[in-house]
Design a protein around this ligand. Structure first.
Ligand code: OFO
Length: 185
């Protein structure tokens, strides 16, 4: 048998990922990429407003989303599935103020939580316990995402546009650094 045919046969027999989940996981890779793109757009907005701390926070958020993409990417491949990248839709580029950015961020993260919960439900319906187990990392991550964003949003609301307070918060957000939480598991 020719080498190409052997590889083809091995690849076919290696496939373990449920086709419905393969499709849904590909959708989620796109959604996570869109999240990254959105946060980079928010970072650009803050850079333009001379708020380097806010911009830094969003750039770290961008890096986190890319790590979420890669975790799904690696998982699909590990299970013998096929990653098919789709186009990334355009994102918002202008906001009223810092509070509106974080309101949008919280709305977005709640939406992502819904997507993760939906994927988890599908993994249970399809009795795919490996995918269900992998998704638990994202379930926990979404709790952290929502609570971290909400904390900043509440602080912004308390400031009510106070410039000094805003600069203090900017200094605090500058401290955030990227830690790849996906490799801890
Ligand atoms: Fe990937 O957690 Fe935010 O979107």
């Amino acid at each position: 048998m020719e080498t190409g045919k052997i590889i083809f046969k091995i690849r076919r027999t290696r496939k373990m990922l449920n086709p419905r989940l393969e499709k849904e996981l590909n959708e989620q890779i796109n959604a996570e990429y869109w999240s990254a793109y959105l946060y980079l757009s928010m970072a650009a907005y803050f850079e333009n407003k001379n708020l380097p701390g806010f911009a830094n926070w969003m750039k770290v958020q961008y890096q986190e989303e890319i790590s979420h993409v890669l975790k799904f990417f690696n998982y699909v491949n590990e299970r013998g599935g096929r990653v098919l990248l789709k186009p990334i839709n355009a994102v918002k580029t202008e906001w009223e103020d810092e509070t509106e950015v974080f309101e949008d961020t919280l709305i977005h993260e709640r939406k992502v939580t819904g997507l993760i919960n939906n994927l988890t439900n599908i993994s249970l319906e399809e009795k795919d316990h490996a995918t269900h187990n992998m998704l638990q990392w994202y379930v926990a991550e979404q709790v952290e995402e929502e609570s971290g964003v909400d904390e900043i949003l509440q602080q912004l609301k308390m400031l009510e546009g106070n410039k000094h307070g805003l600069l203090m918060l900017d200094r605090e957000l500058k401290q955030r650094t990227f830690i790849d939480e996906t490799i801890k598991q």
